[in-house]
Design a binder for this molecule. Structure first.
Ligand code: GRF
Length: 200
């Protein structure tokens, strides 16, 4: 997994799927040495690695080192759980269809930073959560799961964020379980369309 921040989504994965159904979180990498997510991983006995941008010549070099470190641990899937830096195209290509991200909005609305603030500023009545495959764009890859969250009438940001987090903590483990179960595939006619389950 990759995480830069608080790591509540990482925690949800550790609590809900780690060590079950043959799923194991093998390692957590971060670009932030002080990310609380690293402490959560260590507390769960999961190996951690730090790849700070400043320690490398450029982002591509950092991403290559981080990719090597990840690949040595042989992950079936790379989960971005609040990883707050763009990944280089080479990293995306290397882990094509093997990396997923969670975003606090109903994509393609409100990609990028502060999706909750963007949604509130836009005045939407409904926003939500998206889990998607990672591609070269910003939050633009094929969508795996989405769930709507109603904006409260009083537009209270804290309440909306709490509800979005609650939904995130269900949706990301669910996506990992589906992928691990082998029930996620791409539509042959349109690879933007992710199919869930054998008959869908
Ligand atoms: C989440 O809202 C996620 O959607 C976004 O970054 C946030 C990470 O939160 N990509 P946490 O570190 O998992 O608590």
């Amino acid at each position: 997994m990759l995480a830069s921040g608080t790591g509540t989504n990482l925690q949800a994965i550790l609590d809900e799927v780690h060590g079950r159904d043959g799923i194991e979180v093998v390692c957590v990498a971060s670009n932030k040495p002080d990310a609380p997510a690293l402490r959560r991983a260590a507390d769960a006995g999961v190996e951690t690695g730090v790849f700070e941008r400043a320690e490398f010549a450029d982002r591509e070099t950092r991403d290559r080192a981080m990719g090597d470190w990840l690949e040595e641990r042989d992950p079936g899937l790379i989960v971005l759980a609040g990883y707050m830096e763009l990944l280089s195209d080479a990293f995306v290509e290397r882990f094509r269809d093997r990396a997923i991200n969670i975003h606090p909005a109903l994509l393609p609305s409100f990609p990028g930073l502060d999706a909750v603030g963007q949604a509130l500023d836009h005045g939407v009545k409904v926003t939500g959560v998206t889990v998607h495959f990672v591609d070269e764009g910003v939050d633009s890859g094929p969508i795996i799961l989405q769930r709507a969250v109603a904006v409260p009438d009083d537009r209270d940001r804290d309440a909306l964020e709490r509800e979005i987090h609650r939904v995130e903590h269900e949706l990301l483990p669910e996506a990992v379980r589906l992928i691990a179960a082998g029930t996620v595939s791409f539509d042959a006619a349109n690879p933007r369309v992710v199919r869930l389950g054998s008959g869908s």
